[in-house]
Design a binder for this molecule. Sequence first.
Ligand code: ADP
Length: 273
Amino acid sequence: MRWEEVGKRYGLRGGWVLRDVDAECRAGEVVAVVGRNGSGKSTLLRLAAGLTRPSRGTVTGRPRVVGYVPDRFPPAGRMSATAYLTHLGRVRGLGTARSAARAGELLDRLALSGGREAPLATLSKGNAQKVAVAQALLVPPGLFVLDEPWSGLDASAHEVLAELLAEVAAGGGTVLFTDHRESLARTHATRSLHVADGRVTPQGESGTRDLVDVVLAWRGSGPRPPAALPGVRAEPGPDGQLALRVPRQDTDALLLAALREGWSVARVTEAAR
Ligand code: ADP
């Protein structure tokens, strides 16, 4: 996905929040958007998700399915987490049974407490945040956008969220998240975009010094499918082995996705610098 010469201001008299943004996000990347409060991080995310239009320039190549987790999720009302997620799943084209099953699976993983059948308005901020994450993943997104997703989450949900981000990327999706803490960006992202004074600057590959080479061998019985995995360096040679290079923090999610696809792991080594 690409931002080309993108500028954004709110209203004709508003000042430019973002100007001349030229940036790109590729499939399989987890990109952190960092910058001070009010610098325009949420605006950049809303442009990515297609929730707001650029005042100038274009955003192209947006994947068809976008999952969006807003910074404040206001699920007021009497609907329960189960009813709400099942309803949204149906809106997104899942049947009722699949929708309810997917909702249950996500709430299990995120360990929602406070009651799946309780009115959403009674949930704590952390549990409401879990519902916000779940609604964005009912259908696997090609673009997963999260605005300050770690705020308010308990420690175990932190880990699950990190796994979920890595899984979307390992499945060939793009993840874009904000946080004002650089440490979280370093831990969970493969790359950062820094927003300041209306400008967006790539911070370079945070993982270039910490890459892992993975070699996979096809063990499936049928013909080998095209690999929907990130970091493919070359298509398989005559030995049928596939070579990939990924940031260390994505290795677990990549291996998990590869095993599920029917690959077996032939080799995992430090990438030569
Ligand atoms: P961040 O996410 O980095 O805190 P935002 O993108 O939310 O930054 O906001 C950037 C600037 O744009 C701020 O000055 C904010 O007041 C302004 N802004 C954001 N959303 C709107 C809006 N809907 N209408 C008018 N101004 C807005």
